[in-house]
Design a protein around this ligand. Structure first.
Ligand code: PLP
Length: 441
């Protein structure tokens, strides 16, 4: 066997300082404020993954090169078994099998973020050195991240979680999921937007004083440990299509902070048979406008029906620039569209009337972006619409449109029955600092 060289990860801002997998996960954000990305790319032949039929096994094989040379490598199969313990079925929508919906919402909180959150939690539980100070995991959420992270970390010894969400800007069902935990999970309703929450987390992670007092990490998609596992369901889906049709799969991805999309781009980069990638944004048009004009103009987010994608300044853009420093390269790598609330509503109605599908507003955003592709492009390959949340999480929006009740999955029903509690705070690092101080004493 060849000697293995450990995979390194470098900051999107300073490419000279690299860290290993463990440190990248424990830190969350690089000290210079950048995001970690692989410093080199392993190459994976689709044929080498032919033997794997379950997600956990595929995940262990796919992610092995990223943890090579680390102590953690021995724990990887156990981690993927723990994290990938629910399915990601791809439902066929067209008789010719050329269009499917990839359902990523069968986890504990019924959103795709369960995959990344569970992998990160299972990894950090093994990476944290026993007998050291507790690790505080910060998470800013526009709705779904916080619930998924709380579910994944709840009850894990030695780890505290602080969830920050914009007060009044998440759906009632989401708010319950964010505030029903207690124990090692504290929830904060921030008087501000998601971008404020995200800024507070980033400021906290690089704040020297806080870092001195606490071990801090982040469970946002800025954390590498959330992104890498998301490549797994793109790999699984595209390998399935490849085995049967020898065709690459193109994906339409409901996008906000671009974590899910970057994972898909990474999967394609390491050699999986993935074709086009379409970023489906809601009325927060920062990314589609950028691809059109070439001017990067982050802006405050606006509230939409697809609220988990209400992001005006997507963090993971830095990772895209890392891969595609020139805009013309980015334009060949992805396309993007923006879908307003009215079109989301219409698409939910049509999805139900014509296909019998019940879509959450995020999934409907992607379905609409697909519908707007030219016929030629639609016919050019095998397309998959990514379904990021179960519609029951957005019943208030979906039920009036389809004129019937959305069945609630059992896991979600149990969650929603729990009592809730949260603390309201100002949108400032100072306010967060006080809360973290109280948590320690
Ligand atoms: C978070 C989320 C998105 C957006 O994912 P990003 O990785 O932030 O682009 C889309 N849909 C749902 C349901 C989400 O929770």
């Amino acid at each position: 066997m060849a000697t293995m060289t450990a995979m390194r990860f470098r900051s999107t801002r300073d490419s000279t300082a690299t860290v290993g997998f463990a440190e990248a996960l424990l830190r969350g954000l690089a000290p210079d404020g950048g995001l970690y990305a692989p410093a080199a790319w392993p190459r994976i032949e689709p044929e080498s993954l032919a033997g794997f039929t379950d997600l956990a096994g595929l995940a262990a094989a796919l992610l092995a090169p990223f943890v090579e040379g680390e102590d953690f490598a021995a724990a990887l199969p156990a981690v993927t078994r723990e994290a990938f313990n629910f399915p990601a079925p791809c439902i066929s929508l067209a008789a010719d099998g050329r269009l499917g919906v990839l359902e990523l919402f069968h986890g504990p909180t019924a959103a795709f973020k369960d995959f990344g959150a569970q992998f990160l939690a299972a990894s950090l539980a093994r990476l944290r050195k026993p007998g050291t100070r507790p690790l505080t995991v910060l998470v800013a959420t526009s709705g779904d991240t916080g619930g998924a992270v709380a579910a994944a970390f709840h009850g894990r010894p030695g780890i505290e979680v602080a969830v920050l969400f914009p007060k009044g800007l998440v759906s009632p069902t989401q708010e319950r999921q964010l505030t029903c935990w207690g124990g090692n999970v504290s929830s904060y309703a921030v008087r501000g937007t998601f971008d404020d929450c995200q800024r507070m987390v980033k400021e906290a992670l690089v704040d020297p004083l806080l870092r001195e007092q606490t071990e801090l990490s982040s469970a946002n998609s800025i954390n590498l440990g959330r992104l890498l596992p998301q490549a797994v369901y793109y790999a699984a889906t595209s390998l399935d299509v490849w085995r049967t049709h020898r065709r690459p799969t193109s994906f339409v991805i409901p996008s906000g902070n671009l974590g899910n999309a970057v994972a898909c781009i990474w999967a394609r980069k390491i050699g999986l048979p993935i074709g086009d990638i379409v970023l489906a944004h809601n009325a927060n048009r920062t990314v589609p406008d950028y691809l059109d004009s070439g001017d990067w103009r982050p802006r405050p987010s606006v509230a939409t029906l697809a609220c988990s994608m209400d992001v005006g300044d997507p963090s993971n853009m830095e990772r895209l620039w890392g891969l595609f420093p020139e805009i013309r390269d980015l334009r060949t790598a992805v396309t993007a569209d923006s879908v307003d609330d009215e079109s989301i509503r219409n698409r939910i109605r049509r999805g139900f009337d014509t296909l019998g599908q019940i879509w959450c507003p995020h999934t409907a955003t992607a379905a609409e972006a697909y519908a707007r592709l030219s016929r030629e492009r639609q016919q050019s390959g095998h397309w998959v619409i990514v379904a990021t949340a179960h519609p029951a999480k957005f019943r208030e929006v979906v039920e009036p449109l389809i004129g019937r009740e959305v069945p609630v999955p059992e896991t979600l029903r149990r969650l929603l029955a729990r009592p809730t509690a949260c603390t309201e705070i100002e949108a400032s690092l100072a306010a967060l600092r006080i809360c973290l101080d109280e948590g320690r004493s």
